[in-house]
Write a protein that binds this ligand. Structure first.
Ligand SMILES: Nc1ncnc2c1ncn2[C@@H]1O[C@H](COP(=O)(O)OP(=O)(O)OP(=O)(O)O)[C@@H](O)[C@H]1O
Ligand SMILES: [Mg+2]
Length: 280
């Protein structure tokens, strides 16, 4: 019995894969890495053209690392449109986030995502877009955690200061998006689309980055700030926690008219009225 347990432990130790595997693009192999490069992996026919694109955009290395797994390879994130990997581009040691279009994605190309993110970058919002091809989009890698995960761990007795700054930064990014008429389109539940940055020592800082512009648009009515403010203050359990920490319990009714005014006219004045009211 004891032996069996011991054997099992040994087996596990030997099978354990390293948490970070860097592979030069020239060494990527269909059999080993096709399930990630051509995710979800049941059609690997585009593997050669995808490797060609990786070369064309100047990728030197793919780094399989991250909490999501495809087989035994780590990735930063998996979504409906893409998988996101760490990578390096030629001539730089910096890590980039590489958004790889899923083979079964309902989008023909990553180019629209890139163009709209470039637009957001032009007024200081979003991770810096670097280069794009049909199936790959390289951008600044944001070291941080999703706001949804952070809110899950947030204690109702937490100090107000960090939360206030975090909300101020989130709503400021949203105001900038609104002001430039770029509607993100997926901020009514921003849990996965707002990342909180970490500093070099791994400590969270009250600075956020709004990611993923594939559903964004410039021709519709913008609702970035109202969506995120509703989520933070008027929504479900997250908003109850936030209102408790900031001492805004029972204040829902007073915020609504301010949001309505802003919806009618997204001016700096109306934005500041909201910020003042929520003490951020
Ligand atoms: N620039 C980045 N830096 C760090 N992590 C990132 C970056 N971009 C995306 N990610 C991670 O990858 C995940 C998926 O990214 P993204 O939301 O852009 O992909 P998607 O395919 O559009 O996903 P979804 O279907 O959820 O919208 C994110 O939730 C995030 O964890
Ligand atoms: Mg998306």
């Amino acid at each position: 019995m004891r032996m069996k347990y011991f054997m099992r432990r040994v087996e596990v130790t030997y099978e354990k894969t390293p948490t970070s595997i860097g592979i030069p693009v020239s060494k990527l192999r269909k059999q080993l890495h096709g399930s990630v490069i051509c995710y979800p992996g049941n059609d690997l026919s585009s593997f050669p053209t995808r490797i060609k694109q990786l070369r064309e955009i100047g990728t030197s290395e793919i780094i399989f690392e991250g909490s999501s797994k495809i087989g035994n390879l780590g990735v930063i994130g998996k979504g409906c449109v893409s998988v996101v990997l760490k990578a390096r581009l030629k001539g730089s040691d910096d890590i980039v986030a590489l958004k790889c279009r899923r083979v079964d994605a309902n989008r023909e190309s990553m180019k629209r995502d890139f163009e709209l993110q470039k637009l957001a970058n032009s007024f200081g919002v979003g991770p810096k877009a670097i280069i794009v091809s049909k199936d790959f989009f390289a951008m600044e890698f944001v070291d941080g955690i999703k706001v949804g995960k952070w809110l899950q761990r947030l204690k109702t007795r937490s100090p107000k200061k960090f939360l206030r700054r975090l909300i101020r930064d989130s709503l400021t990014q949203c105001f900038l998006l609104d002001h430039h008429k770029l509607d993100h389109g997926e901020l009514s539940n921003p849990t996965k689309h707002i990342l909180i940055r970490m500093d070099e020592s791994g400590n969270l800082v009250p600075k956020v980055v709004v990611i993923d512009y594939e559903s964004a648009g410039t021709k519709r009515k913008v609702s970035n700030l109202t969506s995120v403010a509703q989520f933070f203050f008027l929504g479900g359990w997250q908003s109850r926690k936030i209102r408790k920490i900031l001492g805004l319990e029972g204040e829902k009714a007073k915020l609504l008219p301010l949001l309505k005014d802003y919806k009618l006219k997204n001016s700096l004045e109306n934005f500041e009225k909201i910020m003042k009211y929520i003490q951020c």
